[in-house]
Ligand binder design. Structure first.
Ligand SMILES: Nc1ncnc2c1ncn2[C@@H]1O[C@H](COP(=O)(O)OP(=O)(O)OP(=O)(O)O)[C@@H](O)[C@H]1O
Length: 284
């Protein structure tokens, strides 16, 4: 078995939160992510779907290296992640473009960090702006671009420094339906052209199935990986794959997984642990 591009190895994440029900100033541990274990092979487009608060963004923050797991580890090419790095590109729901920089200058941000020459930066930014369909808009500032165009710039920026893994946190959620569908197709085209490993987080079942080779379905409180569904659809068809009966069957399967009870009552109660229960474990 080749080493997976990404390995989530029993990843667990707790946050310390206020809990006034236990008295003024009391603190409690809240489990946002519990025992998340999954391998992502190189070149896969994995989508992660789950209800609000199930830990999707927490998972992505961990992947981006913005936070560390409370226990367990995330491995990239077999090496534990210890912080942010240029081996991962991130696209968030909000475009996070620098308003005083043109589209081109925004795309060149990561390339400057890499220390590339001006000519090389210009060549690469031009290529990726072209890839996302923004040739001719290089000199526009973010306020002169539509929402869909801004998100294209954000995708071009993340791709331009050729990360090994692209992390996308509901990148199309703020867009209108038509722009969203266009960008979904663009993303599939770019993914096929670049072979980048992509982890794409979404609320939408259809989006998860349309984009993903596999769909990881999460359940909330505490956030857990419920199941992983293979999406085995004939993508060479010219008509809309969403009208395929198999797509409908998979949609129903994901829906059922999302709507079934989160676990046994005992499990449901463990999402809020008193802080002392973890920090001061009972002596044997
Ligand atoms: N810094 C933090 N401190 C305390 N609790 C947090 C923190 N970040 C996230 N949480 C909690 O962890 C849980 C998971 O949050 P997260 O943002 O990962 O969910 P999500 O699945 O991305 O939700 P949504 O789909 O609504 O964006 C939530 O209950 C949230 O309140």
């Amino acid at each position: 078995m080749p080493t997976p591009k990404l390995r989530f190895d029993h990843v667990h994440k707790d946050f310390t939160v206020r809990d006034d029900t236990r008295g003024r100033g009391a603190r409690t541990l809240f489990t946002a992510l519990d025992d998340f274990t999954l391998d992502v092979p190189a070149g896969e487009l994995l989508t992660v779907v789950g209800p609000s608060g199930c830990g999707k963004s927490t998972l992505l923050d961990l992947l981006a290296g913005l936070t560390q797991p409370s226990s367990g580890a995330i491995l990239l090419d077999g090496q534990p992640l210890t912080g942010p790095g240029l081996d991962r590109g991130v696209v968030f729901q909000q475009y996070a473009l620098l308003p005083w920089r043109t589209a081109r200058a925004n795309v060149e941000l990561g390339l400057e960090a890499k220390g590339l020459s001006r000519a090389r930066r210009s060549e690469i930014s031009g290529r990726y702006l072209d890839l996302v369909g923004l040739s001719g808009f290089e000199q526009r500032y973010p306020h002169e671009l539509s929402g869909g165009m801004k998100q294209r710039v954000a995708i071009a920026r993340a791709l331009a420094f050729e990360p090994e893994v692209l992390l996308m946190d509901e990148p199309f959620a703020a867009l209108d339906a038509q722009t969203r569908e266009t960008l979904q197709d663009e993303l599939l085209r770019i993914w096929r052209a670049t072979g980048t490993t992509i982890v794409f987080i979404t609320h939408g079942i259809d989006e998860a199935l349309y984009l993903g080779q596999r769909v990881a379905v999460m359940s909330p409180r505490p956030g857990r990986l419920r199941t992983v569904i293979d999406v085995d659809l004939d993508r060479s068809r010219s008509d809309d794959i969403r009208s395929d009966p198999e797509f409908g069957r998979l949609r129903h399967r994901v829906w059922t997984e999302l709507h079934s009870p989160a676990g046994t009552p005992d499990e449901a109660e463990t999402d809020l642990l008193p802080l002392h229960a973890t920090l001061e474990p009972a002596r044997a």
